[in-house]
Design a protein around this ligand. Structure first.
Ligand SMILES: Nc1ncnc2c1ncn2[C@@H]1O[C@H](COP(=O)(O)OP(=O)(O)OP(=O)(O)O)[C@@H](O)[C@H]1O
Length: 626
């Protein structure tokens, strides 16, 4: 038989095998990642294993554009990748770095004998090997599953890639987010799967070193603890006050750390304990203990760069602290609007400018406010929060402004300092400020204007220095226009107004979903169907809803795969965009029905002003009440 005829016979055998396994994967071996990926390619991506043709390839200008946001990562990874390419060149491997969408952005081809084949098949910079286009392949599948993988020869989905063997490991950035992948591919048919497995281990080690370089570079002004763990050690960054400011992906999984906890400036001692004095002066390993005193094994502590290059004793140095805006930058992710807001916050520096956060429930207003506090020169002092919607007027009054002993019946015997005084020198966060009763708005305004507070029953005011951050999901501007909120207070609150977008509006929504999935269900992966549901659902409860549903899904998932059946998505808007007007119309109609059409009572129940309710009745064309 001629060579070309033999090749086409083996290609058609391959296609038949892929189709049979992918259609019956449940009967064959549901634990096989390759079989599951074939099934994804066939069922979800609707790919044809027999299709031939080169991968999609970008022009040079397009590559430059795509590589721009990855520039720093590429620079940090290059020394390791060059080493890897040197070690593996003789075995005929090419080495590539790809972005999270599986586009190769950096490549080193092996010696001349092997290079021609990579060039012919366009395995080089600019080509895209996403699983959704090219089917099961090292890069695409490792990125889809966010796990290292070896895809050996006829394990590829498309017959045409069967001459290649690819070992790929994903790369995660300093905040544990997927940042790209390291790929090594060989076309030598004399290399066994075991030999490739060894090469994969070498690539994983190189990726670990790249991740450590990224982490250490990012947190160069922080202390860094290396924490031992079963699946490799984790890195934790903390500041001079021993508050955690960053954690790599392994440390997050190891210690259960989340963005929210890190943003709140949580204490290192809640997770690990060790002799700080001893650790400061030595490079030797230190004994690490958990908060409950049990041993974690030995770790290492690396001092901040400023301390390393200094002759002065570390303990006496305080300048050049960790970038306190890290938490805010992490919360902003890659959303352009949020990035702009964080830049504005950075530019106002330590000026005591009030901040008004605006956003739907669960978008992260409290977490963001904590991060603003952590980024300020008030970070060492108290962060005190009060939700104005959760309390009756009399309680807010007592809680916020405090009272003297015996000020009213039922008061504590020794009085109460009040939250404003507790926040002295620090930050006061008033959530749902739109629900603050008018009388209290007047008192709050006086505190802000005079910088002093009169606790109930006190004979003289107490001076206070607070930074106020307030938050609302309401249109305060309109409420002020309609007289439902004091206009002078509104203008005072909005020194800087920050809009926190709903999750469905975030430009980086997919990143956020991936990040929260890796925190809430770290040992699971999402099926393609689950992913399509998650990436189109409107999330009326935003981040909070996403967290809860992924936490639950992580518990119910079988074989480590979250399917659509594990996702408890209430029918709100279903897969389509939410119909907010319809929801609002239904809520108002129901409130009016309950209160016999009496607008004042319905408005009170809905926590709206009468004027706002009338306006809504008109704009939403609610007929029964008109
Ligand atoms: N950028 C983010 N990334 C990941 N998780 C987040 C992010 N922002 C908020 N969260 C998580 O979402 C949940 C809700 O956050 P938070 O309480 O700050 O929201 P909120 O807007 O103040 O809600 P509400 O208006 O109901 O008080 C928390 O579990 C928090 O950890």
């Amino acid at each position: 038989m001629e060579t070309s005829a033999m090749a086409s016979l083996s290609a058609s055998n391959h296609v038949a095998r892929v189709l049979s396994v992918a259609s019956h994967v449940a009967d064959v071996d549901s634990s096989s990642r390759i079989a599951s990926s074939w099934r994804r390619c066939l069922i979800s991506h609707k790919l044809d294993p027999a299709r031939q043709g080169p991968p999609q390839t970008l022009t040079e200008a397009e590559v430059r554009h795509v590589a721009e946001p990855m520039e720093q990562l590429i620079r940090q990874a290059t020394p390791e990748l060059e080493d890897l390419a040197r070690v593996l060149r003789d075995a005929g491997y090419c080495v590539n770095l790809a972005d999270p969408s599986a586009t190769m952005l950096w490549s080193r081809l092996p010696g001349a004998a092997d290079t021609e084949i990579f060039m012919r098949w366009k395995v080089y910079t600019g080509s895209n090997f996403s699983e959704a286009f090219e089917g099961t392949n090292g890069l695409g599948t490792a990125l889809a599953e966010q796990k290292p993988i070896l895809v050996h020869r006829d394990e590829h989905f498309r017959a045409q890639w069967s001459m290649f063997s690819c070992a790929v490991t994903p790369l995660f950035d300093e905040a544990g987010r997927l940042a790209g992948a390291v790929n090594i591919t060989s076309c030598r048919d004399d290399l066994s799967r075991t030999a490739h497995q060894l090469a994969l281990a070498v690539a994983i080690e190189a990726a670990r070193r790249i991740e450590a370089a990224i982490f250490r570079g990012h947190f160069r002004n922080a202390w860094i603890a290396t924490v031992p763990g079963d699946g490799g050690s984790g890195l934790l960054a903390y500041d001079d006050d021993r508050r955690i400011v960053g954690a790599c992906r392994s440390a997050r999984a190891l210690l259960g750390l989340t963005d929210g906890l890190i943003a709140s400036g949580i204490d290192l001692s809640r997770y690990i304990k060790f002799d700080h004095q001893a650790a400061r002066g030595t490079d030797a390993p230190v004994e690490l203990r958990r908060a409950d005193g049990s041993s974690m094994g030995q770790g290492h502590i690396t001092p901040p760069l400023r301390a390393r290059s200094s002759a002065r004793p570390i303990a006496s140095r305080r300048e050049g602290p960790v970038d306190r805006f890290d938490a805010l930058h992490r919360l902003a992710g890659r959303d352009p609007g949020l990035i702009k807001s964080v830049k504005r916050l950075r530019s106002i520096g330590d000026h005591n400018l009030p901040v008004l956060l605006h956003g739907e429930t669960g978008v992260g207003k409290d977490v963001f406010a904590r991060a603003i506090h952590a980024a300020s020169n008030r970070a060492r002092n108290n962060y005190v929060a009060l939700n104005c919607a959760a309390m009756p007027e009399s309680l807010i009054d007592a809680e916020l402004f405090g009272y003297e002993a015996g000020a009213f019946t039922g008061a504590r015997r020794d009085g109460s300092k009040g939250l404003i005084v507790q926040a002295d020198g620090g930050t006061l966060f008033l959530d749902e400020i739109g629900d603050m009763p008018i009388a209290l708005q007047t008192r709050l305004l006086r505190v802000l204007e005079n910088r002093e507070v009169w606790p109930l029953g006190a004979l003289k005011p107490m001076p206070v220095d607070i930074r106020l951050i307030s938050a609302t999901h309401r249109d305060l501007g309109r409420m002020a226009e309609e007289g439902a909120f004091r206009a002078d207070l509104y203008f005072r609150l909005r020194g800087l107004e920050v809009r926190l977008p709903a999750l469905r509006e975030r430009a980086d929504r997919d990143d956020v979903i991936r990040q929260i999935a890796s925190e809430e269900a770290p040992f699971c992966r999402l099926s393609q169907e689950a992913w399509s549901l998650l990436s189109t659902y409107p999330y009326p409860g935003n981040m909070r809803q996403l967290r809860h549903l992924l936490r639950l899904a992580g518990c119910t998932a079988e074989n480590g795969i979250i399917t659509d059946a594990d996702l408890d998505l209430p029918p709100f808007g279903g897969r389509a965009e939410p119909d907010l007007a319809a929801t609002e119309r239904a809520t108002i109609t129901e409130a009016l029905r309950k209160h016999g059409g009496r607008v004042t009572e319905a408005a009170r129940a809905l926590k709206l002003s009468r004027a706002t309710l009338y306006r809504k009745i008109k704009t939403l064309k609610i007929e029964a009440a008109q």
